[in-house]
Design a protein around this ligand. Structure first.
Ligand code: SAJ
Length: 417
């Protein structure tokens, strides 16, 4: 059993730390966010993730998991899971990785392991971390083992995916890869593949880029379908019966702290990343596209009320980072209209968060931004009575069209004229 320091106890670091602790390792979370540290020490969490609270509580009670705002000095393994956001100019902000690496330098001794989990532009371990780690005076790859092992967990299914997903371990040499593989073997049931640190970095960024480019294709299909008078979702449903076609779903854009950001790491690194850049721009254009559609349906903005349902970046989570519906909300707020927001998950993230039917009251349109489960059984008869002008725009193909039309509400769908 190892003593592990998890640097960063956010969406990735905390569940990973808890997972290691549940297997008997002694894990200390190190984070500058005092709120997160205090919560963890009480066996509480400040994010929403199914199963995480129970796991954290159990590990804290057993004494295997704790947190601190000071970098601990006597650990065997240091795992860096800090944010890698992007700057205004779309270049990577690597300051958190850099300061985390600097913070551990005084604490590293012979035999220690350093793992970068944060998604990072390819060559980060080689070009940013190794020069700093050299300051320890330890022989890298021999006395100090270093690797990149990217997290690939899907928010909402984090606990399950941490355990069952396969994992890539990219060491700076074979000895590093093999030792780091052993660390993850205690929590990962999936296969663990060994490669170089830069290949591992490239794999992670390409996985999210693959998804971004495919979503961009679906979003472009939605735009073209509106022009040509077809229903994009019907096209996708039918085309996906082809054995080698798997079109994804259009929507109000791509959010989250991963897919909406990571492809820019490649754009920054290479002028050849042309398709990747274009895909990013297409996905980023979707809030404007939805905004224009709403404006069109209403015949312009002049003091109406809009009921906006769901603002998180995807369903059934509380995360609003890079959420395209939050961008849409900001755009709508600048107009001469009132926006009633209803999001049962983003309780604290939006002001005046309303209940379902309070939000609809006197609105001229109900816009579905995110398909949370709570919106599954909406009573459209009641909605019809409460709406001032009877319009619904579904950006996710989530509502039952017949039910809406039956209740004398105009039905509009993203990807259909
Ligand atoms: N989206 C669409 N259409 C789709 C699918 C998704 O518009 O057909 C949108 C969602 O609404 C959301 C965004 O894309 O706004 C991203 O959601 P997601 O569920 O595809 O992915 P994330 O960002 O929650 O998690 C991704 C995952 N990566 C891949 O699936 C390749 C996850 O495995 C990674 O661990 C995670 O990024 C990460 O941390 O990098």
């Amino acid at each position: 059993m190892k003593k592990i320091c998890m640097i960063g106890i956010g969406y990735v670091g905390l569940p990973t730390a808890a997972m290691f602790a549940s297997k008997g390792h002694k894990v200390i979370g190190y984070d500058l966010n005092k709120r997160a540290v205090d919560a963890l020490n009480k066996g509480e969490i400040i994010i929403e993730e199914p199963g995480l609270l129970e796991l954290v509580k159990e590990c804290v009670q057993k004494g295997n998991l704790s947190a601190t705002t000071e970098c601990p000095s006597d650990c065997d393994v240091y795992i860096i899971a800090v944010p890698t956001p992007i700057n205004e100019d779309k270049t990577a902000d690597m300051s958190y990785v850099e300061s985390a690496t600097r913070a551990i330098v005084p604490n590293l001794r012979k035999g220690c392991i350093v793992i970068l989990e944060s998604t990072s532009p390819p060559r980060t371990v080689e070009d940013l971390m190794l020069p700093i780690l050299k300051e320890t005076g330890l022989k890298l790859g021999d006395e100090l083992l270093v690797a990149h092992s990217p997290e690939r967990i899907l928010p909402g299914k984090v606990i399950e995916e941490l355990r069952t997903n396969s994992r890539i371990v990219g060491g700076i040499n074979e000895k590093s890869s093999l030792e780091v593989k052993k660390v993850y073997e205690s929590i990962v049931e999936g296969e663990i593949f060994i490669t170089t640190s830069t290949t591992a970095e490239m794999c992670k960024v390409m996985e999210n880029t693959f998804r971004d480019v495919n979503i961009a294709l679906a979003n472009e299909l939605a735009k073209i379908s509106e022009e040509l008078g077809v229903n994009a979702f019907e096209v996708i449903r039918l085309a996906n019966h082809h054995p080698r076609v798997n079109l994804l779903s259009p929507g109000p854009g791509v959010g989250g702290h991963c897919i909406a950001l990571d492809p820019w790491f490649l754009v920054e690194k290479s002028e050849n990343a042309k398709l990747i850049k274009q895909a990013r721009l297409i996905n980023d254009s979707m809030p404007q596209f939805v905004f224009d559609k709403i404006k069109n349906i209403l015949g312009g903005f002049n003091g109406q009320t809009i009921a906006l349902f769901g603002v998180t970046y995807k369903p059934n989570i509380d995360d609003v980072r890079e959420s395209p519906v939050m961008h849409l909300l900001d755009m709508l707020k600048k107009e001469n209209i009132k926006v009633n927001v209803c999001d049962p998950h983003a309780k604290e993230q939006v002001e005046n968060n309303m209940d379902i039917y309070d939000a609809i009251k006197d609105a001229s349109i109900m816009v579905l931004g995110v398909n949370h489960d709570e919106f599954k059984n909406i009573d459209f008869n009641k909605v019809s009575m409460l709406l001032k002008d009877k319009n619904i725009l579904d950006t996710r193909n989530f509502f039952n069209k017949e039910d809406i039309i039956k209740n004398n509400i105009n039905y509009y769908l993203l990807g259909e004229k």
